[in-house]
Design a protein around this ligand. Sequence first.
Ligand code: PDD
Length: 287
Amino acid sequence: MNIVYLNGVFLPAQDAHISVFDRGFLFGDSVYEVIPFYQGQGFQLTHHLQRLRHSLRAVRIHSELDWADILQELVEQNGGGNLSVYLQVSRGDVGERSHSFDEAMAPTVFACCQPIRDIYSLDISEVEPIKAIVTADMRGHRCDIKSTCLQPNIMELQQARAQGAGEALQMRDGLLTEGTSSNLYVVRQNVIYTPKLGSEILGGVTRQLVLELADEHGIQLQETDLDYEQLLDADEVWISSSTRAVVPVVEVDGELIGEGTPGPLWQQMYQLFVEYHQVLMTGRKDG
Ligand code: PDD
C-alpha cells in the first residue's frame, strides 16, 4: 500500500487530501526535498535536511519537525528498501486566495515515496550516458531555494525530451548555471570545473559529495564560470543529482563531447561514489 504523510498523520495516498486554497497549489508557495533511501537508510539525509531548513528560512515558512523521524517512519511504513522520498512544505491555507500571507499560518507538510533503482549497485557499463541541449535559464533569481515553482524547469526539460535529450543545461547572461534538475560539471585536461554556488544554482547535495570526493582523492576541481564554448570543447561533461548520482553527458546540442563516450574521470568519480555508498551501507560512516 502507498502510505503518505500529511500533517502529522500516516495514511493511504488515496485518503490524503489538501485544501484547494493551499498556497502550494495556488502559488507554488512551497519548498521541497527529494531524498534517496537505500535499504531503508537515508543517503546524505543530514545534508538534505540542512538545505530544507535553508529553503524554509529563505521563504519565511516556519516549520521545524523531527524530519528524520518522520521520513524514517514513512519509509518503514512503505516496506523499506530502495525508495525516493519526496517532502514538501507549503505555507498552508487560510481558506481564501490572497497573495499576501500571515507569518503565523500553519504550513502543510506532505511526504510520499516511490521505489527507485539502487544506482550504486549497477555495473559501471549499465550507467546510461545522456544527451543534453542548452536552453535559456528561464527561472527566477533565487535558484538556491528548492522551491516547487518548477514551471520553467519542466518546460525546458520538455524541450530537451522533444529533441531526444535527457537534460537541458541552462544558460544565463552567457554563463552556464545547471541542469533543470541537476548540477553541471565540465572536465578539461583532467580538471573538473563546476559553476560556483550562489543564488543562480541549487547547492546540490550530490555536488557537495563530488567536491568532497575530489578533494579526498587528489582530483583537481575548480568552482568557476563556464561558457558555451568551454562546454562544447570539454573532454567530459557530467550532471549530478540525488536520484541519478553522476551521469555522463556524451552529446550537447548535437555535438559529441570528447569521444562521445563516458570519460575516464567520470568513471573514477562514479567508482568513488559506489565505494562511498558501500561504506555507508555497511554502517562505517554517518550519512
Ligand atoms: N532535483 N539543481 C536543480 C535545479 C535540482 O532540481 C536538483 C535536484 C539538483 C541536484 O541536487 P541534489 O544533488 O541535491 O539532488 C540541482 C531533484 C532531484 C528533483 O527536483 O527531483
